[in-house]
Design a protein around this ligand. Structure first.
Ligand code: UDP
Length: 314
């Protein structure tokens, strides 16, 4: 009998990581989720825990790689707080998990001869001068601003991943995740989708930062997970970088109105200060993954938001 594939997911109790664990269990993998629960939540893996193929290790990968006996086929490195509010509160942890933590996980993949996927971010493009952003764009990042703990450590994570590809021939690939939303986003994570939905449902003002003309493009989490799996399971993606996101672009001010309409809320829309280094525009060019791997998002923003609103109502 063919033995089960073994996947390790760091950040496995987080928003994206926990959905990824569920999808891998659905494919019949044995899944080992690793998380220090600094922003991950045990309730995100409650359902997974009922599956005998799932195990959870509470561990901080900044300290070391988790000690694992037995073989590992796939390492998905998703451990990092990722909300701009975390960039203030958890700056040191973020800088370390994406640098030291990534080195530990690359070492684990190398030792186990496993395939590796690094979860990088559209933040590596900074405040982009190229629009939409292609994988070939080098970005426009403030190296010491408030977002640098995240942007620069993810850029380092990409660099180190490629060192392992070139020096050790590790079968690693990189994805750059654009704004993603859906059930299990923390209520209090401070990001625009969770803030606006919760504010609308509670009848509080929707807080648009700045003039609301800045843009973002929002991907529903199930689409994102499908893309992650495409990239990991592609046999010809070693050393490749893929944008993953939904190119459907909105001005933040218009997005506030959309959420007001979808929730049927009578909240007002107020404005607040624009955070430092807040990118003025962001939209993925996904032609590379679409052409090479046949992935594109299928869930419309209205459909995804309705599901997310239902989740927050519960
Ligand atoms: N934003 C906003 N109101 C909020 C939270 C965020 O207007 O309550 C804006 C924020 O300034 C940014 C965009 O929405 O321009 C997306 O912010 P988010 O924190 O979700 O993630 P980012 O894309 O900046 O990493």
């Amino acid at each position: 009998m063919e033995s089960k594939k073994v996947s390790v997911v760091t950040g496995g109790a987080g928003f994206i990581g926990s959905h990824l664990c569920d999808a891998l269990l659905g494919l019949g993998h044995k899944v080992i989720a690793v998380d220090n629960l600094v922003t991950g939540l045990e309730k995100n893996i409650e359902a997974a825990k009922t599956d005998p193929n799932f195990s959870f290790i509470k561990h901080d990968i900044i300290q070391s790689a988790p000690e694992l006996t037995g073989n590992v086929d796939f390492v998905f490195n998703f451990a990092s707080p990722a909300s701009p509010e975390d960039f203030i509160k958890l700056a040191e942890e973020i800088a370390l998990v994406n640098s030291v933590g990534t080195i530990h996980m690359l070492g684990l993949a190398k030792g186990k001869n496993a395939r590796y996927l690094e979860a990088s971010t559209s933040e590596v493009y900074g405040d982009p001068k190229e629009h939409p952003q292609k994988e070939t764009y080098f970005g426009n990042v403030n190296p010491n601003g408030v977002r640098a703990c995240y942007d620069e450590s993810k850029r380092f994570a990409e660099a180190m991943t490629m060192v392992y590809v070139r020096k050790y021939n590790l079968d690693a690939r990189i994805i750059r995740i654009f704004n993603t939303y859906g059930p299990r986003m923390r209520n209090d994570d401070g990001r625009v989708v969770s803030n606006f939905i919760n504010q609308a449902l509670e009848g509080k003002p929707l807080t648009v930062y700045g003039d609301g003309m800045q843009t973002r493009s929002f991907c529903f989490v199930s689409d994102l997970v499908a893309g992650i799996l495409k990239v990991m399971f592609a046999d010809n993606a070693k050393g490749e970088v893929f944008n993953l996101g939904n190119p459907d672009e909105y001005k933040v001010g218009d997005f506030a109105n959309k959420i007001k309409t979808l929730t049927g809320s009578s909240s007002e829309i107020t404005s607040g200060p624009l955070p430092e280094d807040d990118p003025t525009q962001r939209k993925p060019d996904i032609s590379k993954i679409q052409t090479q791997l046949g992935w594109k998002p299928t869930v419309s923003v209205d459909e995804g938001l309705k599901k997310t609103i239902e989740y927050y109502k519960r």
